[in-house]
Design a protein around this ligand. Structure first.
Ligand code: NAD
Length: 494
């Protein structure tokens, strides 16, 4: 049970200026970036802004640690023990980590607590448990040969992550990469580095050898680019926007052809058929599926596609449910929706609403900044009706609390509209017909199709996109494929 008094106490603690974490020690940088809290727009601390030389230093530390072998060639049972200890420490410090993250990126604490430290601990535990249960293989060759198929770590893995769920998304990459025996250099988003830096300290406390997990903070255009272009980084795991994903593919081609895994954006369709069994539940879950964390969720159900027979009733209930969602200080347990992560993001969200109106959309609720007197960045949950598939709001990811609503007649229309974007990350279908549900699961081009819910998931299932939502999956045992290579040993027995 979260306690408001404890949250308030943690939230008032000063935050020391933050440095990189390289080879197990804090390393300062010449350049610095202010950290502005979206809660009130105030500067709460500063982080190091990495130069190319800082990134070189972190990669060199990771390479040296890899070559030393104390981690990369250790028994899986040892790695399991250390990563389990790290999961324990994350759980012990869960509220501290959650509050630190919320002060940095504005996610409402009720969501951040579960989705950030607790979920990150779950990732470390899952891959810790998995790693001593995966066997190599013997190939079915002729008897005069013994052919062994080994899985080996790749070496140095770079990870670049976004600001919306830094701990959770970071752990989806760091945990399987470390479990497989790699060494990691992480570059958090410049506006959400604090909780990941604390995670780095906890990793050392858990017994991770120095240099195995390094963190460089700073701008994407310098630190991220340097990591992407680095000749000694073997793989790059990225979550973020499409344009930056494209750049990382170019950097790979311009440097050492490092493998690149991209988890990019989405414009996920949430399709409601006339025969939805429980309209009230569908309304409640759909509202949460777009508006929690101010819509800054890669899998947010940002396109609501409703069949004409139920359209009016659904919209009436949805507007009422949205109006009841309280936007406010993300550290207040009473807030359903916290702050937008930055002033720039807020302006971007508002301009999407303006464009939608200019193109023929109708704002039925929200559409404006709220709580401006706090100095922070808050936006009312916004529903835009009369949106057609050719409109900007249907095609481009907002990454804010803005829902586009479109009406449909037949299941064929629903499929055409659902598949009409370049994205293919998540989706949902609400129906009481099993045949309709099955045919929609097959027809929708997306990495996830929810049926009669939105957003359900756990560590056992892969997460990632089709089409321009990227490639390479986070979570589940499949993620380990990204961080290991196959080696064949062909042994002549004649
Ligand atoms: P972003 O692409 O702007 O930044 C992501 C990271 O890339 C940051 O760490 C940033 O510093 C870095 N970066 C920026 N420019 C770079 C460059 N030239 N070279 C290397 N690195 C660079 O994304 P964001 O604004 O932080 O996050 C929002 C985006 O992330 C949205 O598009 C959202 O859909 C996506 N996202 C996807 C998932 C998923 O799992 N598919 C999850 C969360 C967020």
């Amino acid at each position: 049970m979260l306690d408001q008094i404890v949250i308030d106490r943690l939230a008032s603690a000063p935050i020391a200026p933050q440095e990189h974490l390289i080879n197990g020690v804090r390393v300062s940088a010449e350049q610095r970036l202010d950290v502005v809290s979206p809660i009130d727009g105030k500067v709460i601390t500063s982080i190091a802004d990495a130069s190319t030389a800082d990134v070189d230093r972190a990669v060199a530390a990771a390479r040296a640690a890899y070559a030393k072998g104390t981690w990369s060639r250790s028994a899986p049972a040892f790695r399991k023990q250390v990563l389990q200890r790290l999961a324990d420490l994350i759980e012990e410090h869960a509220l501290e980590l959650a509050v630190l993250g919320v002060r940095d990126n504005g996610t409402e604490i009720s969501m951040a607590y579960k989705a950030e430290p607790l979920s990150a601990a779950g990732s470390f535990r899952y891959y810790a448990e998995a790693i001593d249960k995966i066997y190599d293989q013997i190939a079915p060759t002729s008897p005069d040969v013994l052919a062994l198929i080994h899985r080996e770590p790749l070496g140095v893995v770079g990870a670049i992550v976004p600001w919306n769920f830094p701990l959770m998304i970071g752990a989806w990459k760091i945990a399987p990469a470390l479990a497989a025996g790699n060494c990691v250099v992480l570059k958090p988003a410049e506006i959400a580095s604090l909780s990941l830096l604390r995670l780095g300290e906890l990793a050392l406390e858990a017994g991770l050898p120095p240099g195995v997990f390094n963190i460089v903070t700073g701008r994407g255009t310098t630190a991220g680019k340097a990591l992407g272009l680095h000749m000694d980084v073997d793989a790059l795991a990225f979550t973020g926007s499409g344009p930056v994903g494209r750049k990382l593919l170019e950097y790979s081609a311009q440097s050492n052809i490092k493998r690149v895994f991209l988890e990019l954006g989405g414009k996920s369709p949430n399709v409601v058929f006339d025969d939805v069994a429980d309209i009230d539940r569908a309304v409640k879950v759909s509202a949460a599926g777009i508006f929690r964390n101010s819509g800054q969720v890669c899998v947010a159900g940002s396109r609501l596609i409703v069949q004409e027979g139920i359209y009016d009733a659904f919209m009436e209930k949805l507007v009422a449910a949205t109006g009841k969602m309280k936007v406010g200080n993300p550290l207040d347990l009473a807030s359903d929706i916290g702050a937008v992560a930055s002033a720039d993001q807020l302006q971007k969200d508002l301009s999407f609403v303006e464009t939608a109106q200019a193109e023929g959309g109708t704002v039925v609720t929200g559409g404006a900044q709220v709580n401006a007197e706090s100095g922070g960045f808050y936006m009312a949950p916004t529903i835009v009706a009369d949106v057609t598939p050719d409109m900007t709001l249907s095609r481009e990811e907002v990454f804010g609390p803005v829902l586009a609503v479109t009406r449909f007649k037949t299941a064929e229309d629903a499929v055409r509209i659902a598949n009409s974007t370049v994205y293919g990350l998540a989706s949902a279908v609400w129906t009481s017909s099993l045949p309709t549900a099955h045919s929609m699961v097959r027809a929708i081009n997306a990495g996830i199709v929810h049926v009669n819910t939105y957003g359900g998931s756990d560590m056992t299932v892969p997460l990632g996109g089709f089409k321009q939502s990227g490639f390479g999956r986070d979570k589940s045992l499949h993620a380990l494929d990204k961080y290991t290579d196959l080696k064949t040993a062909w042994i002549d027995l004649k």
